[in-house]
Design a protein around this ligand. Structure first.
Ligand code: BGC
Length: 506
């Protein structure tokens, strides 16, 4: 009998769905300035690359929309913070609009209304016991800096450091968790070597030039904080990397190598220089970019080498690792032309990575529901980077926005969070917090308002932009309250979800 009791007591700790979130685990929700703020030219704000692109080239956005008004969070601080409070979150991840603070991108003029706006937001959050977690750059650098070459120009690393200085000076007495850049891989490849994000520059070396600027800008902002602010303010500075999971399409060696290459191009590119003892870019990137540059007859590699001084500057320049994870791709070598070019492809990367057509879909073509990839990503980070402290700063699911009873989103959160719990309890991954993307429906970049990621629905046809909680908002709130995944929870007023598989199979 005693033996049986011991066995029963042991079961919850090995049966993943019963795991409870650790006491000190923090929950939050996330947004980004251009996607939610609106007020694009109010009270001294300058133009950023998204203002410029959406206004000069409206057809670059699927529904020809823009972020001029977006969710109008600029005018709704108090009401929105009450929604956050109601969710019960510990922190709110938002980004600061560089152009709202420094209209020209430089410190020649600091816009007082920008300082006022973020002061009010920060104060209101703290008054409601919610910690601000601030991202300094989420895709939206000032347009005037683009006239100087944008992130192709290394000088922007200095301008970024100056901007960070203004932020620490004005907000650092209350903001203790900073992140410099959101998703540098996407900023650089999709913005400067591809056509998916502003400024839509397509230079083959663009991504790498941009990458060097972001790494150096990040490191400068990190060291500035340590030198000048950390003692008094006691905060910390990290960076936010996107990590997709990459599986080989088959167990052929070529496919295995392709998946490894994709991991390095996607994540290692920015993580290895910062989070490893030796620093610098991943070897596989250096080799394949050098190889293809040579084949093109170039005298040197398109990947600009980091000097030893730069390597030292960048190495170790983060107090924690912010991670955005959404989905998994399946890779094979590029020369396998039996397979169409997939949705994840970076030039020079000898891998073609496609989505799994059979997996459950969202409204976003690249986002398939593959929860196991989340746990694998966390394990890979643990192994490759010596188990750094990880805070998940984005994870979420899109639909077309017509569903308040959003069972597919609830399913996504329950399953991905279950995988994260397994990574914490069964694999000892050092994950200390989680922010859902997103707090509310918002401007989804090139897809405009056609893909909705919010826990709150926003009526973009109504000038007052009313917010309505979806079922997932209540479920997320319940997860925070109960500190576990509860598949049978159905909030009042909503219809119970039919899960595609039985709970035990999930
Ligand atoms: C970005 C968000 C975006 C989300 C969904 C992330 O890559 O940081 O701004 O809305 O993906 O596409």
């Amino acid at each position: 009998m005693i033996g049986l009791t011991v066995l029963v007591l042991l079961i919850p700790s090995t049966y993943c769905k019963e795991y409870v979130f650790p006491d000190n685990f923090k929950f939050g929700v996330a947004t980004a300035a251009y996607q939610v703020e609106g007020a694009w030219n109010t009270s001294g704000k300058g133009e950023n690359i998204w203002d410029y692109m959406t206004h000069t080239n409206p057809s670059s956005i699927l529904d020809r929309s823009n972020g001029d008004i977006a969710c109008d969070t600029y005018n709704k601080i108090k009401a929105d913070v009450q929604l956050l409070k109601n969710l019960g979150v510990d922190f709110y991840r938002f980004s600061i609009s560089w152009s709202r603070i420094l209209p020209s991108g430089k410190t020649d003029y600091i816009n007082p209304d920008g300082i006022r706006y973020y002061n009010e937001l920060i104060d209101e959050l703290l008054a409601n016991d919610i910690k601000p977690l601030v991202t300094m750059h989420h895709f939206d650098q000032p347009q005037p800096l683009e006239q100087e070459g944008g992130f192709l120009n290394l000088k922007l690393a200095d301008y970024f450091e100056d901007y960070a200085d203004v932020l620490y000076k004005n907000f650092g007495d209350r903001v203790k968790d900073w992140t410099t850049f959101n998703e540098p891989t996407l900023v650089c490849f999709l913005g400067y070597s591809g056509e998916f994000l502003a400024p839509m520059i397509t230079r083959k070396d663009g991504g790498y030039l941009c990458g060097r600027t972001l790494l150096i800008g990040h490191a400068k902002a990190y060291h500035l904080y340590n030198k000048r602010y950390k003692n008094d303010q006691g905060g910390r500075v990290g960076i936010v990397h996107d990590i997709f999971w990459f599986e080989p399409r088959t167990n052929k060696i070529g496919d295995i190598k392709a998946a490894e290459a994709a991991k390095e191009f996607n994540f290692g590119w920015f993580a290895k220089p910062i989070f490893t003892q030796e620093g610098d870019y991943p070897q596989i990137m250096k080799e394949s970019i050098a190889r293809s540059s040579k084949l093109e007859g170039l005298s040197k590699s398109r990947l600009p080498q980091l000097t030893q001084e730069e390597i030292e500057l960048i190495k170790g320049s983060a107090d924690f690792l912010g991670v955005n994870h959404y989905t998994t791709f399946y890779c094979s070598p590029i020369e396998d032309d039996t397979i169409e070019r997939g949705l994840f492809y970076l030039p020079d990367m000898d891998a073609n990575c496609i989505v799994d057509d059979k997996a459950e879909s969202s409204a976003t073509p690249w986002l398939k529901v593959i929860p196991s990839g989340f746990r694998k990503s966390l394990n890979w980070i643990k192994e490759q980077y010596n188990n750094p402290e990880v805070i998940i700063l984005e994870n979420g699911f899109s639909d077309a926005g017509n569903l308040l009873n959003d069972c597919p989103r609830v399913n996504y959160y329950n399953r991905y969070l279950t995988e994260m719990l397994k990574a914490i309890y069964e694999d000892d991954c050092n994950v200390s917090g989680y922010a859902a993307w997103s707090f509310m429906d918002n401007f989804e970049w090139r897809s405009g308002y056609t893909q909705k990621f919010g826990l709150y629905s926003v009526d973009f046809n109504d000038p007052s932009r009313p917010r309505t909680p979806k079922m997932s908002a209540f479920v997320f709130k319940n997860i925070i309250r109960e500190r576990k995944i509860n598949w049978s929870y159905t909030p009042d007023g909503f219809t119970k979800c039919e899960w595609p598989k039985s709970k035990d199979e999930l």
